[in-house]
Design a binder for this molecule. Structure first.
Ligand SMILES: Cc1cc2nc3c(=O)[nH]c(=O)nc-3n(C[C@H](O)[C@H](O)[C@H](O)COP(=O)(O)OP(=O)(O)OC[C@H]3O[C@@H](n4cnc5c(N)ncnc54)[C@H](O)[C@@H]3O)c2cc1C
Length: 413
């Protein structure tokens, strides 16, 4: 009788899950479960919104990235039975058995119980979210006649981004540049209004002062209206209410985009595993879930102690952990000792509008067009496979990365 291969099931195909699967080639019978059919390189979703990159650059299908040795199941895992070692997938009667399980389901948008936010604010986490936002910007522009008075055009073209972390500033500067460009191309009068709302005292609270200076300058140049120490109290179909210094103001808006934080995935909330106060799974330095030798967890859902604190909740951390996770699964299956690792910051770059960026490499921060080039170089090197990196790198090098204007619907290129 042929010996059965160990069944390794990976839940989630983001930075943690996909890169673990890539590192497990030939290690066993590997299955990857994801609700989507593609990976998403989230750090460049802003460039996708502006048309500087295309879907095939940053959202390649799993079929393209993984060979036939990895089984793909499209679906949402709804539960795990740790005793029977089986998982349930929504809409499937049959449960799936595993010998080794990898939990890599990431986080979800945190609307912090703000009234109307989940219903009316637009999320910005997936390709479909970026498509929906771009469509909203174009539809809104299409409704503004060229002779509309500047103050009315500005009111009609008010957009708000909630949260001035890296996501919020990247998104608001891109939106502002795209909308201003559209005003010129369509000969509209006046200017659009893009607001970024932050409850903290300053923008990009997690970044150092040097990088923040580039960010603040870019927000100014892109004419983004920054509201710090301000809370969003309510989101409605037509706009939102903010509170600053105890005073509430209603603002009409064409869209409110939510980048105000990440919360624990409901699947992880449901599982009876050891967690910290924030609900993150406690893992050993080998990435094994506490008390479960055959279960590994990584990325946004796991609390890993031996990592530079600024790495928490980043693609960089999930990516580095995936390498350790895959090698420790091989070690476990081979009866070898499992390893531990310290994870370090590898350099970061934020995209600021359609012409600038700011990068932090080592302890040096720099900005402008050079940082924009550095960002493309840095990120093309972090794409999933060599084949994909080369194709995308060549496309950016030879064809460039110019934004795609917000042309009227029906004449998009
Ligand atoms: C717009 C945006 C920009 C970002 N920019 C940066 C950046 O510039 N630098 C940086 O370091 N980090 C960035 N991040 C954060 C980074 O994306 C995350 O830290 C990283 O993706 C975490 O990896 P992960 O594997 O834990 O989760 P994810 O990459 O989120 O992957 C989780 C996967 O699990 C799937 N899933 C969820 N629930 C289930 C379920 N029940 N069953 C099956 N599958 C499920 C999801 O669909 C998803 O594919 C950004 C995030 C966003 C949203």
């Amino acid at each position: 009788m042929a010996t059965q291969q160990p069944r390794i099931v990976i839940i989630g195909g983001g930075f943690g899950g996909l890169f673990t699967a890539l590192g497990l080639k030939g290690a066993g019978d590997v299955t990857l479960i994801s609700p989507e059919d593609h990976f998403l390189f989230t750090p460049m979703l802003y460039e996708y919104l502006s048309g500087e990159v295309e879907a095939w650059h940053i959202a390649p299908s799993y079929k393209e990235l993984l060979d036939e040795s990895v089984h793909l199941i499209r679906g949402n895992v709804s539960d795990v039975d740790f005793v029977a070692r089986e998982i349930s997938i929504e809409g499937r009667e049959q449960r799936l058995a595993y010998d080794v399980l990898v939990l890599a389901v990431g986080g979800i948008s945190n609307y912090a119980n703000v009234e109307g936010a989940e219903k009316f604010a637009l999320p910005f986490r997936k390709i479909a979210d970026a498509d929906a936002l771009r469509a909203r910007m174009i539809e809104t522009l299409d409704r503004v006649p060229p002779d509309l008075a500047p103050q009315d055009a500005r009111r009609a073209l008010t957009f708000a981004v909630v949260g001035a972390g890296a996501s919020g500033v990247e998104l608001s500067t891109k939106m502002a540049d795209l909308l201003r460009d559209a005003f010129v191309r369509r000969a509209l009068r006046g200017e659009p209004r893009v607001m970024v709302i932050e409850m903290g005292e300053q923008v990009v609270p997690g970044m150092g002062d040097e990088l923040r200076a580039f960010v603040e300058d870019a927000l100014k140049q892109s004419r983004v209206e920054v509201h710090t120490q301000t809370r969003v109290r309510r989101v409605t179909e037509k706009g939102f209410t903010i509170e600053h210094d105890g005073e509430q103001t209603d603002v009409e808006a064409a869209a409110v985009v939510w980048t105000g934080g990440v919360r624990i995935n409901p699947l992880i909330e449901k599982l009876n595993l050891e967690k910290n106060q924030r609900g993150l799974l406690l893992v050993e330095p080998t990435l094994q879930v506490r008390g479960h030798e055959n279960i590994f967890a990584l990325g946004d859902i796991a609390f890993y102690e031996d990592a530079t604190p600024t790495l928490a909740g980043t693609a960089q951390l999930a990516n580095q952990e995936a390498t350790l996770c895959a090698s420790n699964i091989r070690a476990l299956l081979g009866g070898r000792e499992l390893k531990t690792k310290h994870f370090e910051e590898l350099g970061e770059a934020v995209s600021l509008g359609t012409e600038r960026a700011a990068a932090l490499v080592g302890d040096r921060a720099f900005g402008g067009a050079l940082a924009r080039q550095a960002r493309f170089a840095l990120y093309s090197a972090r794409l999933p496979t060599w084949h994909h990196r080369l194709r995308v790198g060549a496309s950016w090098f030879f064809e460039g990365t110019t934004p795609r204007p917000l042309k009227p619907l029906g004449i998009q290129n």
